[in-house]
Design a protein around this ligand. Structure first.
Ligand code: FE
Ligand code: ZN
Length: 509
């Protein structure tokens, strides 16, 4: 039984205090440590505005846990309804069909499967960077505020101190002795050194957010052989996006980072999720609308992904890992179409864009009639809704460390930066291995309605210029490595979106 001091300390970890009545009540009923952690987590999630726990909150929590205990087979599962529903015109008569009676509608927009490998010689890199520059600069040129830009080679002969605009790829970025930022901008012909100055503090703030190898438009003045930065413009998304919505009330569920084969794979939560899809686990009304399951990589834990992985594996054989997850997925009702892209733990090339999971290792997945395997990233339309799926390695491995103010607990904020850059892994020489093919397939060309990533193992949601951003979460409990890195995964949380109303329901299995 926990002592008062232990209870106080444990809840302080969640930034929570207790009233003395609440503390007495916890001691009286004898909550164990695990439940106390749950209490902290639930209060943080459901009532983030609360920082003092009352006796009533404790009682509510115990009730909730009792319900779960009694009907452990029959959910619940905490269902959170997000404030995301869009206004649907009243003339719209929504059908209440079961997804089983609806024909699936999948259209692939872009998939790296079978595309050139590349990255072998210097020519490949030249092609690659030229293509990246051309694609990103043409996205920039669609912006009104970029009008009137001049090529970099024209800058050095200028006789004016007026403001000019140039488009370039950021090549090197470092701090100057005066605490400003200096970076190189390069177009297809020339390069130039750009400097922020104390006179325009905004320019420094913006330059701090620059990631190498991305393409931006920079406004500034050419003075004393230096380009002094006044403003920086990212390609970003247009404000007015065409929103695609399904005509029927069908739903899609999004998951990733199952890490099957890991000792920390949360089998119970995953089975609860499958039972839910079968309509056996509560929330049947929602379950019967699900037509699509999108899996954003790291289906298995893999083998030899990091040094010493053997000790973290329950199933050390890659074939058995894929056989095992295929067995679980085979229990999903066959009218649900499952789309899988690989992550960095899956058996395929690591360099992005990644080919689909290798058939040789995952034969049993390929044999499932309603499972479809593609490369990473994948852009597709499901029931008319444009979805961009990217495993998300660059988020955690590169971008979070580069841009001030980003955190591993809020991956959706980092996803926004990718949309602003219009590139899924802007930093070429970082920790995200990139294959320099002839074409840069990581440029975000088509504006999605939904942008999905995984890899961060934290369920998170945000919106950027009308686009819904979802980091899917995980089915793996916290590993020792994650603990050492301060990563707090959210295993068992699944986002389900209604493709007509765009209402998101988050269920914790
Ligand atoms: Fe993962
Ligand atoms: Zn990953």
């Amino acid at each position: 039984m926990l002592k008062k001091e232990q209870i106080i300390v444990e809840l302080m970890n969640y930034g929570l205090c207790l009233t003395s009545k609440a503390l007495d009540y916890i001691v009286k009923v004898g909550i164990n440590n695990e439940d106390l952690e749950k209490l902290g987590k639930i209060v943080k999630e459901l009532k983030p505005e609360i920082f003092i726990i009352s006796e009533d909150t404790v009682k509510d929590f115990i009730k909730l846990e009792e319900i779960k205990g009694e009907n452990s087979n029959n959910l619940l599962l905490k269902v959170y309804e997000k404030e995301t529903q869009e206004q649907i015109s009243p003339t719209d008569t929504s059908s209440h069909l079961n997804a089983r009676e609806i024909v699936s509608d999948i259209e692939i927009i872009s998939d790296p499967s079978g595309k050139t490998m590349g990255g072998k010689d210097i020519d490949d890199f030249l092609h690659y960077f030229r293509d990246r520059f051309e694609k990103l600069s043409s996205l920039l040129k669609m912006r009104r505020d970029v009008e009137g830009y001049i090529p970099i080679k024209a800058v050095k002969n200028l006789n004016t101190k007026d403001e000019i605009k140039i488009i370039g790829m950021v090549k090197e970025k470092r701090s100057t002795k005066t605490g400003n930022i200096r970076f190189e901008l390069e177009d297809l012909e020339e390069n130039i050194q750009a400097f922020t100055t104390d006179k325009i503090p905004e320019s420094k703030k913006k330059a701090e957010r620059l990631v190498p190898d991305q393409v931006v438009c920079t406004t500034g003045r050419w003075m004393n052989n230096r380009f002094l930065v006044a403003n920086i413009t990212w390609p970003d998304l247009p404000f007015k996006n065409q929103k695609n919505r399904a005509k029927e009330e069908v739903c899609a569920a999004f998951i990733s980072d199952i890490h099957y084969g890991s000792k920390k794979f949360d089998e119970e939560a995953f089975k609860n999720f499958i039972h839910f899809l079968q309509g056996k686990n509560g929330a049947e009304k929602l379950a019967e609308r699900i037509k699509y399951l999108l899996v954003v990589g790291d289906v298995v834990d893999g083998v030899g992904i990091y040094p010493g992985q053997e000790k973290d594996l329950k199933i050390p054989d890659i074939y058995e890992q894929y056989d095992g997850i295929a067995r679980l997925l085979s229990e999903i009702p066959d009218h649900i179409q499952t789309i899988i892209i690989p992550g960095n733990h899956d058996a395929t090339r690591q360099a992005e864009p990644q080919p689909p999971i290798n058939k040789k290792f995952a034969k049993s997945l390929y044999e499932l009639p309603n499972v479809h395997l593609y490369g990473n990233p994948l852009q597709l339309k499901i029931h008319g809704v444009n979805v961009l799926m990217y495993h998300g390695r660059s988020i955690l491995d590169d971008i979070i460390g580069f841009i001030p103010g980003l955190s591993i607990d809020k991956p959706a904020e980092t996803m926004k930066e990718l949309l602003k850059c219009r590139h899924l892994a802007p930093y070429f020489g970082g920790n995200t291995p990139t294959a320099a093919g002839e074409e840069d397939m990581l440029v975000i060309q088509s504006v999605p309605d939904i942008f999905l990533t995984g890899h961060a193992h934290v369920n998170d949601f945000s919106k950027h210029r009308g686009v819904f951003l979802i980091n899917t979460g995980t089915f793996q409990k916290q590993t020792d490595y994650q603990k050492s890195q301060g990563i707090n995964p959210t295993p068992g949380k699944v986002s389900i979106i209604n493709l007509k109303t765009f209402k998101i329901t988050l269920i914790e299995f």
